[in-house]
Every structure is written in C-alpha cells, then in structure tokens.
Design a protein around this ligand. Structure first.
Ligand SMILES: Nc1ncnc2c1ncn2[C@@H]1O[C@H](COP(=O)(O)OP(=O)(O)OP(=O)(O)O)[C@@H](O)[C@H]1O
Ligand SMILES: [Mg+2]
Length: 381
C-alpha cells in the first residue's frame, strides 16, 4: 500500500561502514523494504558519524565493528552511553562471540554480514527500533513513577512536619492564653511573656503558611510571579527589623543599613520573603543573649550584598551543600521546629532577581548568609 507508506514518518538511519560497497548494499536493502519509508545517511568513519550525530538523532545506527579510526568496541561503548541511540552491530563471519559482547555493551541487535539478505536486514533493523522504542517508553514511565514516588514521600514528610509545626505552635498559644486567664490580671506587663510567646507562635505559623503558599504557587504556575518596581530596600529592611527587634528582645540586634539601596529595582514582596526567612532562621537558631548582625556593602558599581550574621548554633560542614534543597533540615535542627522550606524558597527568589545566596558557618560559633543582588533588575518577561 504505497499511500500508507508515504504518509508514515520516515525512519532515520545512519549506516557507519568504511566499505563503500557494503554501505550501498545496506542502503539498497532498506530502500526495498515496503514496510517503512527510510531516510538513510552514510558515514565511513567514527569521526564522520560523530559529526553527523551532533546535528541529528537517527532512529537507528547500523554500526560496523571494523572501522579505520576506532579499536574494538570503543565506538560502540561511546555511543551506548547515550540511551537515545538504537544500535545494530554488524559483525564479520565467525564473529558470533563479538556479537554477543556487542549486545552486552548496549547494542540492540546484531547482524552477521554473511547472513544478510534484504528481508532479514530490514526486519532486524525494524525490530531493533521497535524494541528500543518500547524500552525508551518503559524507562520514561519508570522514571516518572520514581519521581512520583519521591514526590509522594516528600509530600507525606512535609504534611507530617507541617502538621506538627502548626500543632505545636497552636498548643503554645493555647497554653499562653490559659496562663493569662489564670493570672486574671489586667496588668499587661505581667502578661508580657505570654503575649511574646503567642506572637512568636503566630509568627511561626504565618511563616510556614507564607512559604507553603508561595512554593505551591510557583510549582503550580511553573514560574515565579515577579513584579519588579523601584523601591527602598533600606526602608523595607528597617520595617522588617523593627518587627523582629520588638518580637525578639532577648536577642541582640546590631545593624547598619546605610549602604542599603534606596532605589532598588526588584519585587518588594519577594525580597521581604527572602530576608524574613533569613531573619527568622537567625532568631530561631540563635540562643537568647547572643547577637544577630545585619549589614550591606557594595560589591562593585553594579551590585551589592546584604549579610545576616548570627552567633547561633552553626551548621555542620557536611550539611552545607544540601542546605538550599527543598525540605532539607540540617542535623543541628533536631528538636527545633521548621519545615525546611525557607532557604529553598529564598534561593529561588534571589535567583529570580538574578542574584545569588551563599552561606558560611562554624558549629557552635555562628552562621552568615550573604545575598548578592544586582542593583538594576532585568524587566519581567
Ligand atoms: N542561621 C542558621 N543557623 C543554623 N542553622 C541554620 C540557619 N539557617 C538555616 N539553618 C539550617 O538550615 C536548615 C534549612 O533552613 P530552612 O530555613 O530552609 O528550614 P527551617 O528553618 O528548618 O524551616 P522553615 O521552612 O520553617 O524555615 C534548617 O533546618 C537548619 O538546619
Ligand atoms: Mg527557616
């Protein structure tokens, strides 16, 4: 049925054989196969084939074992590393042992040159392609299932952490209210420690909800809702620090915001979320009476950095490289509430501003986070 054949997508074949006559013969075999239309290309050396593969991904590579510029299975091994390639190995007479090795190294099929007839040749190539496609599909589905499984585990872990975090914050609020009631004192001063506890717990819930909402919005939309305007980063930071210094009076805050840009171009809400996460970590992982330092400095004419430095518990060196991964909590955080979202989100938001975030830390001494940002942000796409 020539019409059916004409409508089918052509199978792209690359024949790699240094013998010109053999190369032509295989082309002839395929061209006379009525099952599929083929688009056939020829290469005579491994380096020819490499050049071709830089531009194209054929459905099948028919590869001669003996090529002038490779030894043994060197080229097959190289090609088999890329699982997009379906390779049919051509071996000479009496080379059955080689053929079996070729299959072990990743060839989908082999053909002994002496046994090649037009029909066996084309059929072997077609079956190899079909098997390769089925295998690709199987790999794709299993990769997706693995990913889904991993996501489910992460979601499960997250639900457990978030529920625990919300429950313990609400329990703390509940307890503080009970203590206030018990005192039955109209004296605000006397109730102050309980009010602080209530505000801290509310802050933890708000932080968790803000981070979760922002991340799920980003994951749902597939991108960050980035709305840059010109604003004073200095004022934003002052307001944020006002909130933190009032709430955490038992930590010593030192800050110098004189170098902080007043006409920064970026998204104010996202920036606030970044620094709020860094400050919430600083207070959470720094014991009472220790200091937290915030400052800014230019890093050339085009960029500046903001640092948040604390004298807290510090982070083990071996945990540092995973610190910005989703849900990751370092070994130092055992027994301290948190969901492992804050830094992951902060990194995404800083990178949306074309900036970077780095950390240095020493267990028992403290931690410094440095956010580097360009002064002028690219416009939103
Ligand atoms: N300033 C800091 N000092 C010590 N450890 C820190 C500090 N900041 C972050 N960490 C470590 O990095 C981990 C990841 O921080 P991240 O802010 O992402 O999560 P979290 O604080 O545990 O939870 P949350 O999502 O509620 O912020 C923390 O669990 C903690 O182990
Ligand atoms: Mg945090």
């Amino acid at each position: 049925m020539p019409n059916t054949v004409a409508r089918q997508k052509k199978l792209q074949i690359l024949i790699v054989d240094d013998n010109e006559m053999d190369n032509e013969l295989y082309r002839y075999f395929l061209q006379h196969d009525a099952t599929y239309p083929y688009q056939i290309s020829a290469a005579y050396t491994a380096s020819d084939a490499r050049a071709f593969l830089q531009q194209h991904t054929p459905d099948c590579i028919i590869l001669d074992y003996h090529l002038p510029d490779t030894e043994g299975f060197g080229f097959l091994t190289e090609l088999a590393q890329d699982d997009r390639y379906c390779i049919v190995m051509l071996t000479g007479d009496m080379e059955r042992g080689l053929a079996i090795r070729a299959l072990k190294l990743g060839a989908a099929e082999y053909l002994e040159k002496s046994e090649c007839s037009p029909s066996t040749f084309a059929r072997t190539v077609r079956y190899a392609i079909e098997r390769h496609r089925a295998r690709q599909e199987f790999l794709r589905v299993s990769r997706e299932m693995d990913k889904q499984k991993e996501m489910n585990t992460l979601q499960h872990e997250f639900s457990a952490i978030a529920s625990h975090e919300i429950r313990s914050s609400i329990a703390s609020i509940h307890m503080a209210i009970a203590l206030i009631e018990k005192r039955q004192s109209p004296d605000v001063e006397a109730c102050s420690p309980y009010l602080v506890r209530i505000r801290e717990s509310c802050g933890r819930i708000i932080n968790l909800v803000d981070n979760t909402l922002k991340l799920s919005e980003i994951e749902h939309r597939g991108k960050i809702d980035y709305q840059p305007i010109r604003f004073s980063l200095k004022k934003m930071m002052e307001k944020l620090l006002e909130h933190y210094t009032e709430l955490y009076q038992d930590r010593i805050f030192r800050y110098d915001l004189t170098q902080m840009p007043e006409d920064f171009r970026g998204d104010p809400m996202l920036c606030e979320q970044v620094f709020s996460n860094l400050l919430s970590n600083a207070v959470k992982y720094t014991p009472e009476g220790r200091s937290i330092e915030i400052g800014s400095a230019p890093t050339g004419t085009e960029s500046f950095e903001v640092y948040v430095k604390d004298e807290g518990i510090g982070i083990p060196q071996e945990n540092l490289d995973k610190l910005f991964s989703k849900f990751y909590r370092a070994d130092n955080a055992r027994g301290i509430g948190g969901s492992g979202l804050g830094l992951h989100l902060a990194k995404m938001l800083v990178e949306e501003h074309k900036g970077s975030i780095g950390v240095s830390s020493e267990p028992g001494k403290g931690t410094t986070f440095v956010v580097k940002l360009p002064r002028t942000q690219p416009r939103a796409a």
